[in-house]
Every structure is written in C-alpha cells, then in structure tokens.
Design a protein around this ligand. Structure first.
Ligand code: UDP
Length: 417
C-alpha cells in the first residue's frame, strides 16, 4: 500500500518562455543546463494533484526536461492513517501543539522506511524530497545527493515537532526553504532560499477578460453584475476561511450587494482535514444565498478546475487570502498575476509578496479587512492601479523561468563540488 507512483507531466518547450526572460537570462539558463545535461533529478512529494507543490512540479519538471535534464516526479501512495499523521505534523510545523502518540510517530517512520526502499530502486543522481511527508526517507537512503524542499511555514514551529524533524533535515545535503525564517535553526551552510513561482503558460493563467469570467461564473449561480469577493484555497484552518466569512459579514452590513466565493476543490490526497473544515464553513455560512462554496469538482458543471480558478481570479473585484500561516501562498501570486486587488492576512509568505498599499493590502483583523473591502469597492481606479503593480511584481520575481534558474544553480552546486 506504500508506493511511489510516477506522475506524467505535459511537454514544455523552454523557448515558449522567451517573452518572459531577457536574452542574458536565457544564456544563463542555457549555460547552467549544459553542465547538467542528462542528469537524473527525482522529485518526490505527497500528492500528484491539489495544492501548491503539485502545481509547481507540474511546470518545473517538464521545464527541467526541456532543458536536457532527465527529471521525473513521483508522488506517494500511502494508507489514510499515514496522511492523518502527516497532517498533524504539518499543523504542528505551522504552530499547532504537537500531540501525536509515539505509536503514530513510529508509523510515520515505518512508512518512510518502505518508501525509501522504493526510492532506492529508482534511477536518480539527485533527489529532491518535498515537505515532511516523505522527509524521513533520508534515514534509509543516502548514497546520492539528497535535497529536502520545505514549502510550509516553519517560522512558528512547535518545539516537539522540531525535535522530530530536525535530525532528518540535518541529514540532508541541502535544505531549501521559501524564506530564511523557515530554516529550522539549521546551519546556514546547508540552507538555500528559493521562492516559488507560477507558470504564465499554464491553462490556469490563460488570458481571460473580466466579462468572460463573470459569464462563466454566472453559469455557477454567481450574479454577473454584483460585487464579488473570493478566496481560492484548500479548506484548511490556516487558510482562515472562517475569518473570511466574518470579514464578508461585517462588510455586507454596509454593502448588502456583495457576494462571496470560497473555492477549495478537494483534490489533494494528503489533506484529510479538508472535509471537516468544509462542514464547519458550511455551517457558519448559515445558508446565506450570497455565499458560494465550492469543494467538489462536480459542482463545476463540466468547467475544469483550472478554468474555474482562472475565472474567479479574473472575475472577482477583490481577492482575499486571509491565511494566518503561509509558506508562500501561490494563490496570492496567481491573483496578482491577473491584476487583481488582493487583501492578504498575516501569513508570512503573503507578506513577502504584498507591499501594503503598493501592490495589494495586508490586514490583520476581520474589521480591518471589511473596511478595506468597502474602501476598495468604492474606488475602481485604485483597484486597477494596485492590480497593475501586482502583476508587474509577479513578472519581476515569481515566474517559473526564475524558479528553473534557481533549481539549475542548486543542482550545479552538487556537480561542481
Ligand atoms: N487550487 C485549485 N483549486 C481550488 C483551490 C486551490 O486549483 O479549488 C490551487 C491554487 O490555484 C494554487 C494551489 O491550489 O495553485 C494552492 O497553492 P498555495 O501555495 O496557495 O497553497 P497550498 O494549498 O499549497 O497550501
């Protein structure tokens, strides 16, 4: 029941990304790739779809291949108990008290031992192990360079979970994090900071006019003319969907016309908590007909997840992402890329991307979010200006060619040492 399954990815031609890079950047990429030709990079993560890691790997892996590397992506298959345990570990890494009994910790280790035996049989020169679920494989496989890539917010980690994970992290040849505060207290010499990125050529980011987006959303019962607020996120406590509901309610007192979409199509096999959080959100929304909750792909009436998310991000008047913890938050990047006015919460990954008042807003309380909504809905030109600056900042820092460059440099450091 514990396996590593190869995830098939689409083909990507690096030349297609030329409009997003300069000639010097292209030369830089080609130079790095020449040294790495034929090198076998193996990415391992917990789920083939759902969530930011799968989103990123589905672009990065084909691009690495397009540059001449032999990269592959394998996702874990493991019993439900394993993913319940690893969600607890994930939550404790983000700051919840860690209470797992030792039998569960043993189980986490034993699944990783099995996983490691599968991993050891795969052909690779460098492995990149994403997030804590498969992290403990390092105890059993370390005959080749191993990189741990931590995407989640480790800046408020519970001390007990740190004691569990630190020895594994320390055993890797390199640990890659999205922000320096997430380095678990590891020596700087083994830590690299690489920020995530989105793929401008992904179907999720195809150009879509606001009018078309609103027509598409109208098919799903969302009024095409009334103001629309939206948060696109897994149903997860750290994403703060209840905080979104509260801010919406406060704003609605003064603007009764507003509507809200909370979209979290459940696709990630490693997130068993989503259904219970969804039930809680549904109860808290008290049948308000202006709150639209999406958790199941069947609700989309044949519209694909990517088109649906794109329509929300292009059609919403304001995109919210009120997460209290966020390793990075690709949904913020995605909405900013579409020129949306985004209001973010206190999660550090969001604060990294949004400069308050410049390319979006950061608010810390529901009341402040409601006030910001009211102000922004009354000022469409300001919204548009914020959105333009948001798009420019994503173009500059958070598109996939830059992520590719950082990964090629990372791999090169193992070749030349
Ligand atoms: N997402 C999606 N459909 C949904 C909700 C989310 O495709 O209904 C995608 C979203 O577009 C983004 C990813 O899931 O690409 C979430 O990544 P993020 O880094 O924001 O959060 P994570 O889920 O990894 O914590």
């Amino acid at each position: 029941m514990t396996h590593l399954l190869r995830v098939r990815t689409r083909h990507a031609s690096p030349r297609a990304y030329d409009p997003y890079i300069t000639a010097a950047e292209r030369r830089d990429l080609q130079g790095a790739a020449a040294v790495l030709k034929g090198i076998r990079i193996l990415h391992v993560n917990a789920t083939p779809k759902g969530g930011g890691v799968a989103e990123m790997l589905s672009s990065l892996v084909p691009l690495e291949c397009g540059m001449g590397l032999c990269s592959s992506w394998h996702a874990m298959e493991a019993p439900a108990r394993f993913f319940r345990i690893t969600k607890e570990i994930h939550n404790a890494v983000q700051g919840k008290q860690f209470r797992l009994p030792s039998a569960d910790i043993e189980y986490y280790r034993s699944v990783n031992v099995k996983l490691a035996s599968r991993l050891a049989r795969l052909p690779f020169d460098i492995a990149v192990i994403h997030d804590p679920q498969p992290m403990a494989v390092i105890a059993s496989v370390h005959d080749r360079p191993m990189i741990s890539r931590l995407h989640i917010d480790c800046s408020h980690m519970d001390a007990r979970v740190r004691r569990l994970l630190y020895p594994y992290a320390r055993a890797y040849d390199r640990v890659v994090v999205s922000r320096p505060e997430c380095r678990l207290g590891l020596p700087r010499s083994i830590v690299s900071v690489i920020q995530p990125a989105i793929d401008p050529l992904s179907p999720k980011h195809r150009d879509m006019t606001r009018a078309y987006a609103r027509r598409l959303l109208a098919r799903l019962g969302i009024h095409p003319k009334r103001p629309l607020l939206a948060q696109v996120s897994r149903f997860d406590p750290w994403k703060n969907p209840l905080g979104v509901l509260e801010a919406y309610r406060l704003a609605k007192r003064r603007m009764p016309d507003i509507q809200l979409v909370l979209a979290g199509i459940m696709a990630a096999s490693d997130d068993p908590e989503a259904s219970s959080v969804f039930r809680e959100v549904k109860k808290a929304s008290k049948g308000d007909p202006d709150i639209h909750l999406f958790s199941d792909i069947k609700q989309l009436r044949g519209i694909t997840n990517d088109r649906f998310v794109n329509a929300i991000q292009c059609g919403a008047d304001i995109v919210l992402q009120l997460s209290t913890r966020e390793g990075f938050g690709l949904t913020v990047t995605e909405a900013m890329w579409k020129g949306a006015a985004v209001i973010g919460g206190s999660g550090a990954g969001i604060r990294l991307q949004i400069q308050h008042g410049e390319n979006g807003y950061i608010e810390h309380t529901s009341r402040a979010v409601a006030r910001r909504i009211e102000m922004l809905l009354g000022r469409p030109r300001l919204r548009a200006a914020i959105g333009r600056r948001a798009k420019a900042s994503v173009r500059e820092q958070y598109l996939v060619p830059r992520l590719l460059r950082d990964h090629l440099r990372l791999y090169t450091s193992f070749i030349s040492t």
